[in-house]
Design a protein around this ligand. Sequence first.
Ligand code: FES
Length: 152
Amino acid sequence: MSEVRGFRDAANQSMVLTALYIAQEQYGHLDENALERVADRLDLPISQVYSTASFYSLFHTEAKGKYHIQVCEGLSCALCDGADKLVEYLSQKLGITAGEVSPDGLYSLEIVQCLASCGTSPAVRVNDELYDDLTFDKVDRLLDQLAQREEA
Ligand code: FES
């Protein structure tokens, strides 16, 4: 009997990332209600679910903009002189600082650690899409593309 429970616990733990991803898709972000639902569904302590959600930059426990822009400040990105300048540039363009959401709810900005694109740094992620080898010109084109999506 305990062997079955152990297998079920392990199976539920292995589903945490997937469940959090789905919950974030459904709720927009992982607020307390979303985290409780995941914990209940997988029969896991909410502390475990919260610690997983707060560890990965892919998950957001607070409301974000429609386009959530994450700028990497990991070592490779910092060494290529990208992170600080990109954050400053994006802040000026969007009128928000890291941790804020634009008044229209379209953009939010966050500084994160490695986005697993060290070889082509500096890197930025917008929602689930990665953009690397960034320059200010590329950032301008990216922001133009996002604005065009809104006009379409
Ligand atoms: S340090 Fe920026 S992508 Fe790895």
